[in-house]
Design a protein around this ligand. Structure first.
Ligand code: NDP
Length: 429
């Protein structure tokens, strides 16, 4: 049993994580929120009290922290007796926070791959450049580190594992499809940190094709998908975190990521990019000021968390998996639909933050009760997906499956302990 949670960051995703931790504080214990800006942490705590959703009386405390400072982070983990750290700050923090967890023994969770400020779109498999270098250290210290446990990466990795284990004898391809059919009513905004959002799309698109990495340009490959609830949407082949681990862990020859984009987003993005305003390289202004164009663009765009009150419509994100079952071709879609307005009603956030934050808390609960407390570093597809999917069904992220038998709730078997379900392996090739 692990108790007491330290949440790092006070942005859109941290807001959801804090609300969901508060709704489950009987199992999680004291909840601490730490970010550079103390007032943002306090505002999240105030919003939890306003909603009145604290499951039982308990501590909710705000802290000022620069999480790049490993010693300060270690001190806070120890001072708060936190045994679980949910890192939902900027992905630039991952390696510092992971180091602090390794040195204090706290379990570590994050929702995005580590980023270096001056490197955009690193060479695959990107996890090997940073996080996976600490695998042995985690194992030696018996520290649980669950990487990328938001929705994508995160839930989509669990869907891939579920399909591999339960729906197929052999999987040939996984297409991850991410559609946001919502409207925020602003001229232009990104749904999470603009700096991170743009960095995803400004360079090479890496996909896993026929068991090897294939490079494409952004917006080179377009495909329309008819998804449940959100209907027909246009997507583009995009590079994404989960391809870097799924390609190495599953033994599936084709894994691609498709992100939905409207024409307006592409037009604005293209103008910003062609003007050099999405560059991570500093430039000097006529007055001698050194600025990073991407940081300036971030500063003038709406804060993603501020979109929530006016957001309408739904998201649909899922895995379309193709392969063979009992000698016959088989095709399965596993997906979730999330409603922006319902998320706002429940926790005061939009669906992108909600779908990223809820899985991280479900994972924290599974670490707290021992089910996912594996004492080593893993990506989500290396863990048993069943307790995760079953728990999220009760926490606001409902999974559905569509196959030749129709469309229905994906309600996996009841939770089993980790001892009963060892870590998962790749399919035989
Ligand atoms: P925001 O930009 O809204 O929030 C980031 C937070 O990080 C801010 O509150 C900021 O705090 C904090 N932060 C930055 N630097 C530091 C530092 N040195 N020390 C302490 N805190 C710091 O981002 P989001 O909430 O939208 O996203 C959070 C994470 O979730 C990102 O990694 C993002 O990529 C990921 N994500 C994952 C998704 C998924 O499905 N897997 C989907 C959406 C997001 P302050 O303002 O106080 O400086």
């Amino acid at each position: 049993m692990k108790r007491n949670v330290l949440i790092i960051g006070a942005g859109g995703v941290a807001h959801v994580v804090a609300h969901k931790c508060a709704q489950h504080n009987a199992a999680l214990g004291h909840i601490h929120i730490a970010s550079r800006t103390l007032s943002k942490c306090q505002a999240i705590i105030d919003s939890i009290h306003e909603k009145g959703r604290l499951q039982q009386a308990g501590q909710l405390t705000a802290h000022a922290l620069d999480a790049m400072d490993i010693e300060a982070t270690k001190f806070l983990i120890r001072a708060t007796h936190s045994q679980i750290v949910i890192n939902v700050g900027s992905p630039f923090l991952n390696m510092s926070v992971l180091t602090a967890c390794l040195e204090t023994g706290a379990a570590y969770l994050d929702t995005a791959i580590h980023e270096d400020p001056d490197k955009v779109c690193e060479t695959p498999p990107w996890y090997a450049n940073h996080e996976w270098k600490r695998r042995q250290a985690c194992k030696d210290a018996g520290v649980t580190a669950v990487l990328g446990v938001g929705f994508d990466p995160g839930v989509v990795n669990a869907y891939a594992r579920y399909a591999l284990d339960h729906c197929f004898d052999r999987v040939d391809s996984i297409d991850i499809i991410d559609i946001n059919a919502g409207q925020h009513g602003r001229y232009f905004a990104t749904n999470f940190d603009p700096e991170i959002n743009f960095r995803e799309f400004t360079s090479t698109v890496w996909s896993w094709e026929n068991g090897a990495w294939k490079a494409n340009a952004m917006f080179e490959h377009r495909k329309d998908w008819d998804m449940p609830v959100t209907g027909v949407s246009t997507t583009y082949l995009t590079g994404h975190d989960e391809l870097h681990s799924l390609s190495q862990n599953l033994g599936v020859p084709n894994i691609r990521f498709w992100m939905g984009f409207g024409e307006h987003y592409i037009n604005v993005f293209t103008v910003l990019k062609n003007l050099g305003l999405l560059s991570e390289r500093p430039v000097r202004t006529a007055r001698g000021l050194e600025v990073v164009p991407l940081e300036v663009v971030k500063a003038v765009l709406p804060d993603p968390a501020s979109l929530a009150p006016d957001y309408t419509g739904k998201t649909c994100i899922g895995d379309l998996v193709k392969g063979v079952k009992n000698g016959q071709p088989e095709e399965v879609l596993i997906y979730n639909v999330c409603d922006h307005e319902a998320c706002y009603q429940e926790v005061g956030s939009q669906a992108i933050s909600y779908t990223a934050g809820v899985p991280a808390v479900a994972a924290a609960l599974l670490i707290a009760n021992g089910t996912w407390d594996v004492g080593q570093m893993v990506n989500v597809e290396e863990l048993d997906p069943q307790p995760f999917i079953a728990l999220m069904n009760t926490m606001g992220i409902v999974s559905r499956i569509q196959d030749r038998e129709g469309d229905r709730l994906l309600d996996p078997a009841p939770q089993l302990s980790n001892a009963q379900r060892p870590l998962r392996r790749a399919q035989a090739r």
